[in-house]
Design a protein around this ligand. Structure first.
Ligand SMILES: *Cc1c(COP(=O)(O)O)cnc(C)c1O
Length: 405
């Protein structure tokens, strides 16, 4: 028999950057009878979650919810807005940007991939330069979309989106701006409307504190207009039928009813804490994690402090040592999962997820597991990382206390 629960005592520490720890409240909400998705009760749920997710994307526009992983919503963003052979501009920020590129190419799009070293975000100046020179023979613009990953989950690097929008606007280029916020939504401030994003792609299993299985597209008026003429084949992902059904709280096909119960509960939790407080909590936990890494004498993969991710921290293991052997020890000895290095940085880094349902003492436990694991794995480091994090957490006031004071 498959041993599914090999660590029966105490909680597993799921400190990968998604899927993340699901709150008991959300699990209990999911544990309800599945109802008729065409019945009157469903419309109440449907309307509530469709309204709630708009607040998280900080948009007044349509947000559609797919019963799919984030990859499905990536595909939906492209097939609803683009036509075969269209050129799109993407930035190689890490593994997820590379996967989105692969998906785009399979859909017969032509990708201009701006190379990157996996330690920095997308560069607005480079995007501006590429757009400025983009005039095809008939003087139309060849590039139809700029695609950026807001929080590159493979590297712990965040790309600020407002400067990307500003770069596109400075050139007066008509390209759509498509942004992947799968691992930032609900943990790092994200503003679909204010930042002028045309399609935002989200997922359930990271900052939104849900199990995997839901994904999202937030859609600007310009993107919706583009979908009227976009020629890529689409059926399941078509916004048109979704938006039409959503108007009355329903879906064109069977939605993931029980995950929507969970979404409703997760949204309640986010709004009760307050989005600004949620973002401040993640900023604080991320800063504590970086202080621990520096005290250990280990290098953070993200080079630019303005691009530090508040959702996860990727830490480089010194040459000649295996990040994966270290992670194996941490899992076996301390029942904690840490994120592995993906693609180009496989075996060279480990990632600490500090997004979603997470607090100070969970972080202290996480960092203690890392520090003990570093020692057991024989990875050169100084002790005192946990102390550095504790010293910071004890002095930096939490948002809810700051508010009460
Ligand atoms: C997790 C993730 C994805 C992929 O989502 P799936 O749910 O695994 O399909 C895409 N982009 C980013 C930034 C992610 O973190």
């Amino acid at each position: 028999m498959l041993e599914l629960d090999s660590h029966p005592s105490g909680r597993h520490f799921l400190q990968i950057p998604g899927p993340t720890n699901v709150p008991d409240r959300v699990l209990r909400a999911i544990d309800h009878p599945t109802i008729d998705h065409r019945g009157p009760e469903f419309a109440v749920l449907g309307k509530a979650v469709l309204a709630g997710v708009k607040r998280v994307f900080q948009t007044e526009r349509n947000v559609v919810i797919y019963p799919a992983s984030g990859t499905g919503a990536w595909e939906a963003a492209l097939v609803n807005t683009l036509s075969p052979g269209d050129r799109v501009l993407m930035a190689e920020t890490g593994q997820f940007a590379a996967l989105w590129k692969k998906l785009a190419e399979r859909l017969s799009l032509t990708v201009d991939f701006m190379p990157g070293d996996w330690r920095q975000g997308a560069n607005p100046a480079e995007i501006e330069k590429r757009l400025r020179t983009d005039v095809s023979s008939n003087s139309a613009h060849a590039i139809k979309a700029v695609c950026v990953v807001h929080n590159e989950t493979s590297t712990g690097v965040t790309t600020p989106i407002a400067p990307i929008r500003a770069a596109i606007d400075r050139v007066g280029h008509p390209a759509l701006l498509l942004v992947d916020t799968i691992s930032s939504l609900g943990s790092i401030d994200y503003r679909h409307d204010e930042w002028g994003v045309d399609v935002t792609v989200g997922g359930s299993q990271k900052g939104l504190m849900l199990p995997p299985g839901l994904s999202f597209n937030a859609i600007s008026a310009k993107a919706l207009a583009a979908s009227e003429h976009a020629k890529l084949a689409r059926s399941y992902w078509d916004w048109k039928e979704m938006i039409a059904s959503n108007a009355t709280g329903y879906f064109p096909y069977t939605p993931a009813t029980n995950l929507l119960y969970g979404l409703h509960e997760a949204l309640e939790m986010l709004f009760a804490e307050g989005l600004p407080q949620v973002f401040a909590r993640h900023d604080r936990l991320a800063e504590a994690t970086r202080r621990a890494a520096r005290a250990w004498g280990l290098e953070i993969l993200c080079v630019n402090p303005a691009e530090y991710s508040s959702a996860l921290t990727a830490i480089i293991v010194p040459d000649g040592h295996s990040a994966d052997a270290f992670r194996k020890i941490v899992l076996e000895r301390f029942n904690m999962s840490l994120g592995q290095g993906l693609g180009k940085v496989a075996g060279k880094i480990f990632r600490i997820g500090h997004l979603g349902y997470f607090n100070e003492l969970m972080l202290c436990g996480t960092l203690a597991g890392v520090e003990m694991g570093l020692k057991l794995a024989g990875i050169p480091h100084r002790s005192g990382g946990v102390d550095a994090a504790m010293a910071y957490l004890a002095e930096a006031p939490t948002a809810h206390l700051a508010q009460a004071a």
